[in-house]
Design a protein around this ligand. Structure first.
Ligand code: NAD
Length: 292
């Protein structure tokens, strides 16, 4: 596969991370976002990550410059026209993704591969909106992308073997570990992770233990690097709720019922780190402080 230009749709936390990883692997990469503030934050965020890598001796100053030189940021969709691969990481809303893919489909060459980083939406359904569904695939990166090794490669019903193999091999080129998953709600990662988080929220909701103790059980008892409530704050409670709703709807099984406390916190705008408060409160985006 000849990849002269990679386009990343969405310059939020995932899109920026994905673009950084592509650029660090030698690919010319353009990041597209509607919001210029998101593009500015993306540029600053990637620069800061690279600065930190230089400080820690993991990247030379020359390589930092080379990585930045491979990146461009744009709010003009036409700049994506020549891309060979488009990786979409815009907000998790079916209609918005559909609309954006339609525009990209009209713009790009018929040979361009389309990959979605969706956490929960069916790849087959997203692929149904473009003219070459055999070129559409799921590439589900983990957060933070430059750090986490896993990429779930999700084959839609129409995804061709060639596109699947090329995407799987590409993930390895990015120094990631790809895992193949059939198109099913939550894939593997969120089908297992989200019900665990939801159950932790039920434990809190039912007064079984304090939030700190629930997190401590999973950290010290199961050797998880962070407790499920801390992790939920990190992911965003709105995202957790959205994924639980997808699981509940798609499997029509009551075991995926979102916890009422999760729903209530989302209604109250307590979304976790990004709003400064969730199960814990946060002084800054980077530093968590347990609310006592
Ligand atoms: P985010 O809110 O940080 O970023 C989303 C970006 O999309 C924003 O910058 C927004 O301006 C932009 N956007 C919205 N509508 C757009 C449009 N029509 N055209 C162009 N840009 C648009 O969200 P995120 O956490 O980066 O998540 C992005 C995607 O990645 C979602 O599909 C999410 O489910 C998935 N994902 C998230 C995580 C996670 O832990 N956050 C992990 C894996 C996958």
């Amino acid at each position: 596969m000849n990849l002269n230009l990679i386009a990343v749709l969405g310059g939020g936390q995932m899109g920026s991370g994905i673009a950084q990883v592509f650029a660090q692997s030698g690919f010319k990469t353009v990041i597209y976002d509607l919001a210029t503030s998101a593009l500015e934050a993306s540029r600053k965020g990637i620069s800061k990550n690279l600065d930190r890598a230089v400080e820690k001796g993991r990247l030379s100053a020359e390589d930092r410059e080379a990585v930045l030189a491979r990146l461009t940021w744009t709010s003009n969709l036409a700049d994506l026209a020549e891309s060979d691969l488009v990786v979409e990481a815009i907000i998790e809303k079916l209609e918005t993704k559909f609309q954006t893919w339609k525009q990209v489909d009209e713009l790009c060459r018929p040979t361009t591969i389309f990959a979605s980083n969706t956490s929960s939406l069916p790849i087959t359904q997203l692929a149904g909106g473009v003219s070459h569904p055999e070129r559409f695939i799921g590439m589900h990166f983990m957060n933070p992308v430059p750090v986490m090794q896993l990429v779930e490669i999700i084959r839609g019903y129409m995804t061709s073997d060639a596109v699947y193999q090329a995407t799987f091999d590409l993930a390895k080129t990015l120094n990631k570990v790809p895992v193949t998953v059939e198109d099913s709600a939550g894939f593997i990662s969120n089908r297992i992770l989200m019900p665990m988080i939801n159950e932790a929220i039920f434990c809190l909701h039912e007064g079984i233990a304090t939030k700190d103790d629930i997190d401590t059980v999973m950290k010290l008892g199961m050797n998880h690097p962070m407790g499920p409530l801390t992790l939920a704050d990190f992911i965003g409670l709105d995202t957790c709720l959205f994924i639980m709703e997808v699981l509940y709807r798609d499997f029509a099984d009551s075991k995926y019922r979102p916890c009422p406390l999760l729903r209530k916190m989302v209604q109250a705008g307590q979304l976790g780190r990004k709003t400064g408060a969730g199960f814990y409160t946060y002084e800054t985006a980077a530093k968590a402080v347990a609310a006592k």
